[in-house]
Design a protein around this ligand. Structure first.
Ligand code: NAP
Ligand code: GDD
Length: 368
């Protein structure tokens, strides 16, 4: 019999890759989506209609909806990926973030208990390197003290501890993956990497003048989302429930990411100035861009408290799960994201041009 997995947050970056991964492993995959006036299912559109892929409406803010789905699906594994996942947004919507990212985790665990599945259902919790926040040591491993530094991180800290509590109190197989930043061509467009790769693509095609960023000194350990979903699965296949740090072990700044992304888009940048006055100026690339400022800093993207030094140590995951953190390098990641966005922007530009031409032809009576 095929194993049954339930994924919350199936429409997100990780949910879509994890669905593909589990379907390939022969799982029956059930995903939770929330109701909205427009369905945004772009990342899983290619999976809909597949015989082993099923969707259910529920919301992490609504216990009964979760219980109903868990009871119907009776999963062997739950991957709790649903969250308000944007750190900056958590400063504007701290209460909503706490409800989904903290109490939401409790609701999932309680649903497993309410359905009497605690002996048969394993639970993966999408925890985060943001727990290290105002970091107390580098690199960070499973024993590094936590110091959450945003409403998002504080909510996720509750999620981490409630999972640990249920593991010990009720002997449940539930674990947290402490994942460092992972990106892809499906990354949300307001996270810094995707914002940069889309802007590099647009600027190189003359469709945007300047990219405005916040703290460019911020350091992250960036990996490829497709590689990281494998680790979520490995954590649940382990012989005992444990928490793992998932990271590449390599650190780069937002500035380095920007420089490399623009290079892949055919633009060489030189950075001048400091802080709010810093600028990225074109020194090589398309003639009309030479000498132009295409990257600048805006206070709008500064955070009330910012996490600036994330660097993970994946030794435990390598040794215990046999996971390879070096599958996709930083350079390959930036390249694949930029190449994807250059093609996307070009296709959108071509489609817009067709629409403009069509409107013009209609007006002139060339096409009726
Ligand atoms: P994402 O692209 O923002 O996806 C978040 C998912 O959660 C979406 O499917 C969203 O649904 C869903 N969701 C939000 N609120 C919900 C609610 N009330 N009820 C049900 N579903 C809800 O995030 P991601 O990058 O894939 O990350 C997946 C998880 O890993 C998140 O928990 C995130 O906090 C955590 N994490 C991510 C990273 C990273 O670098 N990507 C690192 C560490 C931890 P809609 O499509 O309807 O909005
Ligand atoms: N979003 C954004 N936009 N961030 C910027 C910008 C900008 O214009 N300019 C600089 N940054 C800096 C932020 O201040 C932060 O220090 C860093 O770039 C990364 O920001 P994000 O890409 O928004 O990601 P994050 O690290 O805050 O959060 C992501 O990773 C966490 C794991 O560490 C999210 O995916 C979280 O859900 C995840 O838990």
């Amino acid at each position: 019999m095929a194993k049954v997995a339930l994924i919350t947050g199936v429409t997100g970056q990780d949910g879509s890759y994890l669905s593909e991964f589990l379907l390939e492993k022969g799982y029956d995959v059930h995903g939770i989506i929330r109701r909205s006036s427009v369905d945004f299912r772009e990342r899983i559109a290619h999976l809909e209609g597949k015989p082993h892929f099923h969707l259910h409406y529920a919301d992490l803010g609504d216990s009964m909806s979760i219980v109903k789905v868990v009871d119907k699906v009776k999963p062997n594994e739950i991957y709790n990926l649903a969250a308000q996942s944007h750190v900056q947004v958590s400063f504007d919507s701290p209460e909503f973030t706490a409800d989904v990212d903290a109490t939401g985790v409790l609701r999932v665990l309680e649903a497993v208990r309410a359905c009497h599945l605690e002996k048969t259902c394993r639970v993966y919790q999408a925890s985060t390197s943001e727990l290290y926040g105002k970091v107390e040591e580098v690199p960070q491993n499973e024993n590094t003290p936590f110091h959450p530094y945003s409403p998002y991180a504080v909510a996720k800290l509750y999620g981490f501890w409630i999972v640990k509590e249920y593991r010990e109190a009720y002997n449940m197989f539930c674990c947290s993956g402490i994942l460092f930043n992972h990106e892809s061509e499906r990354r949300g467009e307001t996270f810094v990497t995707r914002k940069i790769t889309l802007a590099a693509a647009r600027i190189s095609q003359g469709l945007q003048d300047c990219l405005y960023l916040g703290n460019m000194d911020s350091l992250r350990d960036w990996g490829y989302a497709k590689d990281y979903v494998e680790c979520m699965w490995l954590i649940l296949q382990n012989d005992r429930p444990e928490d793992f740090v998932i990271a590449t072990g390599v650190q780069h700044s937002v500035r380095e990411f920007t420089q490399l992304a623009f290079k892949h888009a055919g633009i060489e940048l030189k950075f001048e100035g400091k802080g709010i006055d810093e600028k990225g100026i074109v020194v090589k690339g398309p003639e009309k861009l030479i000498g132009k400022t295409v990257v600048a800093v805006s206070e709008d993207f500064y955070r009330p408290t910012d996490v600036v030094n994330l660097w993970g140590d994946p030794t435990k995951a390598k040794a215990r799960l046999g996971w390879n953190p070096a599958k996709t390098s930083f350079e390959q990641l930036v390249k694949l994201m930029v190449e994807h966005d250059i093609a996307k922007v070009a296709a959108e530009g071509a489609a817009a041009k067709v629409r403009t031409n069509l409107a013009e032809y209609l007006e002139k009576g060339i096409v009726k």
